[in-house]
Ligand binder design. Sequence first.
Ligand code: TRP
Length: 464
Amino acid sequence: MGDGTTRDAWSSRWGFVLAAAGSAVGLGNLWKFPYITWNNRGGAFVLVYLACIAVIGLPVMLSEIMLGRRARQSPAAAFPELGNPKWAFVGWLGAATGVVILAFYTVIAGWSLRSFVQCVGWSINGYEAPSSEAFGAFLAHGPSQIGLGAAFLLFTAVIVVRGISGGIEKATRILMPVLFAIMLYLLVVAITMDGFGEALGFLFRPDFSALGAHAVLEALGHAFFTLSLGMGAMITYGSYVSRGDSIVNISLIVAVLDTVIALLACAVMFTIIFSVPSLKETMQAGEGGSTVGMLFVTLPNLFYTQMTGGSVIGPLFYVLVGFAALSSTISLLEVVVATCVDRFGWARRKATAAATGLVFLLSIGNALSLGASKAMSELKLPKVLTAGKAGVLSIFDHVAANWLLPLGGLFVTLYVGWVLDEKVAKEEIGTGPVYQGWRILVRFVCPVAIGWIIYEVLRGGDFS
Ligand code: TRP
């Protein structure tokens, strides 16, 4: 077990808020949310997603931070510490989920390195619109995919091995406000473009006939993914929070920041798509990997053809995408490392090396599944599990986000709602109306909602 007395702590409330927001805001907001929203035809999907954030995500976040702060341990050690060793499996499941997510996440994060280099080139030599096949060719190039992903993983490991103090907190304190400012600037540019109205309509005009059970599970899973819930990241980060801070306010701020950035990313990208007729056509035809590559294909076009100052913003933007991803991968690896340290008594170095090595091995299959290896790219699991998605990376993403995280979240709500001594929750959250509301949500609403969605998917249901 870890040694409570030498445990690091955030230096201030804002330090924790920004680190937690750094964990939450990442490729989930900038890359994944726009593309699944596009594929699920906007409106109704966005609405279900927002409901999942408010009704399920927020209470789960509050529960995780509470468990972490109370136990001052990483997840697999937190449940025993609170007196329920049988529940340690939730922590182990979380650490395993972290490995699965890292294995594909670092590969995608690697794309930001390439986009950065590409933008620097364009800023110096002038913009030349890449051919429509260029991105696909990059994806299918095995060595690039493995190498860039490994580089990104290495950056993560270098920070995590040094522990959570100083580094993470200092970096996110600067990065998050800058990221936010750039997003706002992009929004201002988008507002002046023709497609802005159409983009907002697409995002906010719900059409429920387009919604199936799998789309609802995807919205739920993404709510967990984007808030970094369901695998113990917030338990781990919460374990460094000091007494006396209101964890209710902290949860609220993180959830709102995360949601605003995700919606801004959609507004900007969809505006570009709707403003450029040829782009709109190919996107609506759903050709190739274009929706997956939206962040890396659609945005450069805006930077270099529609904006003043784009040659500065372009490279800078991908630095920030990289940093947004980095503050997320740090939190993922931290869970795995802290679990090994707390449960196996390993030194931090050894734990980091082992976790990084394991993630790297798994990332190879992911990196080769974007066209480089036919077998990896065409792999399929039963449809009920993966909604017919093919390829190792899509499968890892789908299984982690849509199954492992909701299950982890379900266990957390069952634990805090039905097993944990009520006294503990009252001491952590208070006894007012917020507590009352939270308790009803974690005891009844969240487990029933998650269970029901899972049941619907298993029986092949459709909500349309
Ligand atoms: N929330 C991050 C994103 O949106 C990804 C992430 C970081 C994550 N830590 C996590 C997802 C823990 C699930 C669990 O990009």
